[in-house]
Design a binder for this molecule. Sequence first.
Ligand code: GLU
Length: 437
Amino acid sequence: MASNQQSSIPSVDRGPADETTPETALETARRQLGRAASHIEIDAAALERLKHPAKVHEVTVPLEREDGSVEVFTGYRAQHDSVRGPYKGGLRYHPEVTRDECVGLSMWMTWKCAVMDLPFGGAKGGIIVDPKSLTDDEKERLTRRFTHEIRDVIGPTKDIPAPDMGTDPATMAWLMDAYSMQEGETIPGVVTGKPPVVGGSYGREEAPGRSVAIVTRETCEYYDYPLEETTVAVQGFGSVGASAARLLEEWGATVVAVSDVNGAVYDPAGIDVAAIPSHDEEPEAVTSYAAAADVTRLSNAELLELDVDVLVPAAIGNVITADNAEAVAADIVVEGANGPTTFAADTILDERGVHVVPDILANAGGVTVSYFEWLQDINRRQWTLERVHEELEAEMIDAWSHLREEVERRGVSWRDAAYIVALSRVGEAHEVRGLWP
Ligand code: GLU
């Protein structure tokens, strides 16, 4: 990229060696940005801009509880960048949601959409609430009121929310309904991840797990691990982990360990993953499987250190840190969750020769099928599940192959390759559009 003023960020940032308090998503996101910028020529003004979110909306959301009392919750919508298209990203209901977390996650959405070459920017939002403490009725009213509070800043050409931790297709249907009622017309394209009956896409729920499985298959093939001889451990049996594990098993891999919040099960001969309902379908299913089958029980931390070919962390962020990165025994790590590896841990894994396929590629099937959903909503025409699978497969192989070329050409890690591709696309768009006014 041509520019007379170039970035001068040093490339030697290893992240903090002591991670008693793991870094925030925002700190990790900023470090990754600096590292990617050191590999390419990017306009310094564009880089400076990208270190900051364009806007962060903070709202308070009053909710009348079932007992008649009123509780006020805090919600956010962080909008990082929209140079390539409308802001796009999930809504998280979780007690540990913070402003900074939303900003960091919104930056990752900018890169995720750019890696997939989707015409979207990055956003993320959430409410500080434990969704398990709400009745369905309370969750619905909270969602409707939150939608009202952020109504001016979302829309099918402005910012399009989607499910994330603690939210699901039902939440998206309430959001779509609340927005549409206020606008006076049905606007399905304001949100993705809706049930198909109201304009959602077939295959959207399973899509992040499907993309994890596709890139795992491609990466295994590339490094000469035939799936039939490959062992896999999956942390997290929510929608991402369960879908990925089921597909990998179907395609011939041996899934030797899975886990949920209650712990892990391990069987070197292989777990019958098809027999275990996902955490969303039946929260205690992994524990019940452990009680019924002759398998070893492990902690979630022990699962991460199993001697397997492929490790898929698909639960929460910051699980592979400077403290356990040396002990990760897998040869390939495919990130199903957003941000499961801290910056310092990533450096350690890279130095040890572990191939880490980053979240912004691996779980990008979610936002890619969100894009298909948005297209279907605009055209008022639903695609078949078969078509969604075919197009997702093509998009994932395309993006994976593009990163592979960068990995080979520059001799960098998969994560660096992903950031280089994303930052080049976003940086170039900024440079061409210029700074206004
Ligand atoms: N929350 C998902 C993610 O982190 C989906 C975002 C979307 O579909 O907009 O990728």
